[in-house]
Design a protein around this ligand. Structure first.
Ligand code: GLA
Length: 728
């Protein structure tokens, strides 16, 4: 049993493999947080040592309660607004009389096996692996019949607690939700570093670590998508936490729109984390009888540094979020036409690339942007998902020819967008997010469709499904190349305009759901100008996301290592492209580009017909490596052997299979060092007792982890090697 309830103390203990979470319902019916961290045994010592300080004159208390009951100083599972808790809070609901006072108390709870899905939103699921139990606590506002549901699903074997919240309007009038966070977590001190994945287009998800300071530290988006700038992922760690030691709390939000994750270091020396839909761009009118659900928050704790947090999240996302078995399934090794041809292609050119691909053992051709409408540059045709026959003839025929070469076929779409120069815009100018009478901003020459409108979602489904049915298309790259502005829907009344940003996201999720229902075997890759929407929300629908438009291998080390803090390698789109790199102008050895792209979904993003004979040989080796190491990389444990937070002269990371029978080390030297000494890497995660064969030697796991493995690299900047360890 992973959820225990002790009636005498009204105490809940949620237990995972090595993590516990505890709170209780106090004498005033508040849900008081007691513990989240290492595993506790027994029910004593928690309530007895709750954080409840004595009287403090500026901390108010409710009538009938005692000064030490002030909600301003209690660690709480849920905080309302304008009723004594002045910290960042869970919820604020506007009621009919204009009051934004929210204050809710415990009413009841239920515990059940498994976990329910979340209609319309991405949601973790119980699977064959491991036990999952759920606790649902119902709270009610002290003045009206508005109920709050707090949900906790315990994914025991991954050390992950999934939280979400809901509001139910049981009053006779509409109420307006101004803020409803997915989770609130009070931690007992403030001695944390704040870890985030930040950056910009082409340098997404760099790991950044700063000291938590008094006040509120926030990452957020108001871009309509999670954005390149901050992924909805955050860790709080001990100041001395390292890759392998120290306490680390991890939090992910399964949401791809405007989000907010914030931590407040408050006056009495505790920290409060709140995460959820960004209230800056949100309000929601809830009619009597209706319920509103938040996205899910995934929380984990590791006392073994960042590596433990990453392993928990990787296992959890692979086993309980990514659907269709795709997390462990081998994805087709592909070549994508974008950097190979951009908009300049015809069926002959594509068939040429396909022939070269087939000869090299590549398994799929993905036709990127430029195949529809009259799109020969980025100024037209988004929304007109009709094949440009002048360019590629009959799509069905092209795909048959490609299939005949032994290749699968994939196609690029940008469903959420519309070009001003398009049939669709001529027909439906009001389908664009815009405020009538105000200018419509353009980004990359395009505007954003109003996916809060069901008819727009239906149109997109019908046209995309039509294309998918017209040919044997087994993969879709779903792109999204600008941020949302003038977020206003011509279809909603004035008082509901605060719902548009969230309704847009619900429309995106709905379209994904419809496509997956109609095409259950379809593999969809998420993309947003590279990794502009790389989050646990998208991973609820797509097993992989294009990591970055930046395919420069040296840049990718930082991007992929940062991403790996939270997200599994099997979710990271990574390809080999040409040099000098189209974005950085940097040149890196072909072998290294392959070694780094192997730490991802693997593929090529170049014109295979133009490869030199030497590079063709290397492609064959890389294809063989992909097949040899796929399972290990996609399903094994990742160990970062170098610092993910900085640009290093030398980087290494490794994968160890779950049974510890094999491992793979990737080592890269960014800058060659003249007259250098001998370098070792220290493997991790091996079985000490097992003898491994590596580099022609037979060495025990213990010796390898104690002494290290001598790592001689070829000369030159950007040199790298893969090093395979096999148990004897
Ligand atoms: C975005 C994607 C690229 C490519 C282009 C096509 O930038 O990230 O991979 O698909 O769009 O326009």
């Amino acid at each position: 049993m992973s959820i225990q309830y002790f009636e005498d103390r009204k105490l809940f203990i949620l237990s995972c493999r090595s993590v516990s979470y505890a709170f209780y319902i106090d004498r005033n019916r508040r849900a008081v947080h007691l513990h989240f961290g290492g595993k506790v045994i027994g029910e004593t010592g928690l309530v007895e040592q709750e954080i409840r300080k004595g009287h403090s004159s500026f901390s108010p208390w409710a009538p009938g309660e005692k000064p030490e009951d002030s909600v301003d100083a209690l660690p709480l599972e849920f905080s309302g607004f304008n009723s004594g808790d002045f910290r960042i809070h869970s919820a604020a609901v506007l009621t009919e009389n204009g009051s934004l006072i929210t204050d809710a108390l415990y009413v009841s709870h239920r515990i059940f096996q498994g976990k329910e899905p979340l209609p319309g939103l991405p949601a973790a699921f119980a699977s064959r692996t491991g036990n999952v139990e759920t606790l649902e606590v119902t709270m009610r506002d002290t003045a009206c019949d508005v109920e709050f549901l707090l949900r906790y699903s315990v994914f025991e074997e991954c050390d992950v607690i999934v939280r979400s919240a809901a509001v139910r309007n049981r009053t006779a009038s509409p109420v307006v939700i101004r803020r409803l966070m997915s989770a609130q977590l009070d931690l007992p001190h403030t001695a944390f570093d704040f870890v985030q994945l930040s950056g910009s287009w082409s340098r997404e998800r760099h790991a950044v670590r700063t000291i938590l300071h008094p006040g509120i530290q926030t990452i957020r988006s108001v871009r309509g998508s999670s954005g390149h700038q901050n992924s909805p992922a955050l860790a709080l760690c001990a100041h001395d936490a390292t890759e392998y030691s120290g306490d680390v709390y991890g939090a992910l939000l399964a949401y791809s729109g405007n989000f907010r994750m914030e931590v407040e270091c408050e006056q009495y020396g505790t920290s409060r984390l709140c995460l959820g839909i960004n209230p800056e761009t949100f309000s929601w009118t809830l009619a009597p009888g209706e319920t509103f659900e938040t996205p899910e928050a995934f929380l984990t704790f590791s006392a073994e540094g960042f590596s433990g947090m990453s392993r928990n999240f990787h296992d959890f996302l692979r086993n309980h979020l990514i659907r269709g078995g795709w997390a462990e399934k081998k994805r087709p090794l592909l070549v994508n036409s974008w950097e190979a041809a951009y908009f300049d292609f015809d069926s002959e050119k594509l068939l040429g690339i396909a022939k070269s691909a087939a000869a090299l053992g590549i398994e799929m051709l993905v036709l990127d942007d430029g195949w529809f409408g009259v799109r020969n540059d980025d100024t037209t045709s988004l929304g007109d998902w009709f094949v440009n026959r002048e360019k590629i003839g009959d799509l069905g025929e092209l795909v048959r020819k490609i299939n005949a070469l032994g290749l699968k076929f994939g196609l690029w779409f940008e469903p959420e967008m519309i070009s001003e120069k398009s049939e669709l815009y001529r027909k439906h100018p009001d389908w664009v997010l815009h405020e009538p009478g105000r200018r419509r901003s353009i980004g990359r020459e395009q505007m954003v469709l109003d996916l809060s409108r069901p008819e727009v979602v239906q149109y997109l489904f019908d046209t995309i499904a039509g294309v998918l049915r017209s040919a044997n298309i087994e993969y879709v790259k779903w792109d999204m190349n600008r941020n949302l502005t003038e977020v206003y829907s011509a279809a909603l009344p004035p008082e509901r305009q605060g719902e548009v940003a969230h309704r847009y996201m619900l429309g995106v999720y709905r379209l994904h759901e419809m496509l997956l229902e109609a095409f259950p075997n379809l593999l969809i890759e998420g993309c947003s100008g590279g990794g502009g929407r790389f989050d646990a929300g998208m991973l609820g629908y797509v097993p992989q996301i294009w990591c970055s438009d930046d395919t420069d291998a040296m840049e990718r080390i930082r991007i992929q290592l940062g991403t790996s803090l939270f997200y599994p390698v099997s979710a990271m789109g990574a390809h080999v492209s040409v040099c000098p790199n189209h974005i950085t102008g940097r040149s890196t050895p072909f072998a290294t580009r392959g070694n780094i792209a192997l730490s991802g979904t693997f593929g090529y993003e170049l014109d295979l017909t133009k490869l030199s004979p030497e590079d063709r040989l290397l492609v064959r080796e890389q294809v063989a490596d992909y097949h040899k190491y796929h399972d290990l990389i996609a399903n094994g444990d990742l160990h970062r052997l170098s610092d993910a937070f900085s640009v290093n002269a030398f980087d290494a990371w490794m994968y160890v299979s779950k049974d510890r029978k094999e491992a793979l080390i990737t080592a890269v030297c960014r800058f060659a060092e003249p007259n250098a000494g001998v370098r070792f890497v220290r493997p991790r995660g091996l079985d000490p007792e097992t003898v491994y064969e590596v580099d022609g030697m037979r060495i025990s796991g213990a010796t390898l982890m104690a002494l290290g493995l001598r790592m001689d690299l070829p000369p030159g900047d950007g040199a790298s090697r893969l090093c395979y360890l096999k148990a004897l």
